[in-house]
Design a protein around this ligand. Structure first.
Ligand code: KG4
Length: 340
């Protein structure tokens, strides 16, 4: 049986479409939205408009690159949340229209689960690099920092989550107070390469279980800047690389310590990274280092699958399609949805 799925992602500020056949990626097109850069963050109304502009050309390009006709599609997989409601509505409305006109099922996909299932996107028919169940996934993005216990494609449990800011927010907000560009995470990553990760010490949280907290670190970072700026007006400019390296190393330590604790307690030694922050060089290196030290089977996503993309939506839709887990045409997206 050949199953060909068109996946569409429009939950935030990337319009993406991808075609997957029997789990193998044939195309994955992403249109970003530069319009938000000058505002220092995503502006929801502008994001919805840009999705409206992008969605038809992006889907057409995904089909063209895959060499697939619309008539060959078996289902449309679409992100139903979490995300910005206006952005989600553009993708869902388009997907519903296409599914109705082609008379094929619509499959609703949870964006967070899709990030985890990105590890099951096969690049070639003989690609067997996917993790085996059960595994633990550290999902770190601009809106989430979670440790997820993954039992199956459709059985996941969040065992740890942030009680305040997400790791990506910590990167972005600290970058903003240093006057760096948005999004700050990649800029901090770049500048940190030249800095000393031990130059500054910032507060680390002490909270029970596998939960995260980044608000204390943010405050500690802010207070360090405030105190040092009193003595040296050019403190940030003079210590930018060291500040970035120390901030990055603190965030990575916080993330990895809890993940190690979760692995030790559960005895699960298959571990994966996912989400936008998993593009961070220091996090990827630290994850690989822990894997060597603690005998983990480590799954680090390709950079292309760390950001929002429709290939992860299409592969999630593929597994639901196999179970005939389709979505009703009167279903609506939600801005806030969790895993499980
Ligand atoms: O998953 P994502 O693309 O979007 C959502 O949050 O849904 O994640 C975006 C976040 C931003 O906070 C961005 O600063 C962060 O991922 N990020 C990084 C890096 N690349 C993206 N943070 C640190 N280092 C990076 N290289």
């Amino acid at each position: 049986m050949t199953v060909t799925i068109l996946g569409i992602e429009s939950s935030c500020d990337d319009t993406s479409a991808a075609v997957i056949r029997n789990g193998v990626m044939l195309s994955n097109i992403i249109a970003g939205q530069d319009v938000h850069r000058r505002y220092g963050g995503v502006v929801p109304e502008l994001a919805s408009r840009a999705h409206q502009q992008n969605i038809i050309p992006v889907v057409a390009e995904a089909l063209r690159c895959a060499g697939v006709e619309k008539s060959e599609l078996n289902a449309i997989a679409i992100t139903f949340g979490p995300g910005l409601l206006g952005s989600l509505l553009v993708g869902v409305s388009f997907a519903k229209g296409l599914s109705a006109s082609l008379r094929i099922p619509l499959v609703d996909v949870n964006h967070l689960q899709a990030h985890v299932l990105a590890h099951f996107i096969r690049r070639t028919p003989d690609d067997t690099s996917a993790p085996s169940f059960p595994f633990l996934c550290l999902l770190v993005s601009g809106g989430n920092s979670q440790i997820i216990r993954v039992e199956d494609y459709d059985r996941m449990e969040v065992i740890g989550r942030t009680i305040d800011d997400a790791a990506g927010e910590a990167f972005d907000k600290c970058a903003k107070v240093m006057g760096l560009d948005y999004p700050g995470g990649p800029v901090v990553n770049r500048l940190a390469a030249e800095g000393n990760p031990k130059a500054f010490t910032f507060a680390k949280p002490h909270i029970p279980g596998y939960d995260y907290s980044f608000s204390g670190l943010k405050t500690s970072f802010l207070y360090t800047l405030r105190d040092c700026l009193k003595k040296d007006r050019n403190f940030i400019e003079n210590h930018k690389a060291d500040l970035c390296a120390s901030l990055q190393s603190t965030i990575v330590d916080i993330l990895m310590n809890k993940l190690l604790q979760a692995s030790n307690d559960s005895g699960i030694k298959t571990l994966a990274l996912a989400g936008g922050v998993s593009a961070n060089t220091a996090l990827r290196e630290s994850f690989a280092h822990y894997a060597l030290r603690y005998g983990w089977e480590a799954h680090i996503p390709l950079l292309a699958f760390t950001t929002d993309n429709a290939a992860m939506v299409a592969v999630s839709g593929y597994f639901k399609y196999l179970k005939k887990d389709f979505c009703r045409m009167d279903a609506v997206p939600f801005a806030r949805v969790t895993i499980g």
